[in-house]
Write a protein that binds this ligand. Sequence first.
Ligand SMILES: [Zn+2]
Length: 264
Amino acid sequence: MLYEGVLQKMQTEIGKPIQYYLVFKNDFLNVNQVLNKEITINFIKHQCLNCGLDKAIYRQGFCKKCFFEIPSAGDWIMRPELSTAHLNKEDRDLAYEKKVQLQPHIVYLANSSSVKVGVTRKTQVPTRWIDQGAHEAIEVVEVPNRYLAGITEVALKDYVSDKTNWRKMLKNEVVDESLEDWKNKLKQYIPEEALPYFLENNKEIEIEFPVNKYPTKVKSLNLDKTPIYTGTLVGIKGQYLIFDDDTVFNIRSNEGYYVSINVS
Ligand SMILES: [Zn+2]
């Protein structure tokens, strides 16, 4: 079976385990169904997710020009505390920023190898946690806009990481934590403006990934250096495909790469 198209992060569906889909223009692949099969990934060209041109991908699947121009790649995406739509202040496109920033946001704790804090739109729960490869997560506050979530995250970052250790996550070097305890412990550090939105008595959720074999060493596949790769798929975790020779392929960081995928 041959699939072809531009890579975008895998879509997911809650289940035990999580179901993963690679979605192309005219076709899609339920990746769980090709576990234990040999797959060949063939890099054909770049295709910027905004302009569609065959230009080098800079970040988030966009060419450099698009990354610095389009409203959906503003600095407030990666740094929510820089959000200004609640002040009626434009970054690149106020109408777009209002639509995205002025909606319920969640500050959460997720455990993918150790506990980290993060921000997501409420509509992206639990997708965001799945994408990070977290095996457990809990919501801390639900606030009405992105700015409040951002300043809460910044405050909590002094006490808990905001990064995922993706090597440990993939090797499944994980420690179970009581995220309820963490949440209650961190409550005292939440900024005053966000404190009324603290969530009481909610529970952590658990996420199960389709992995048959975890890698012992992690070798990252880079399509610029290795444009054709063949391996047997043994797992999917976060946005990574895991192969039996310890190669891992991060779909998310290869957004904008146009590939063919052959399943034999
Ligand atoms: Zn572009």
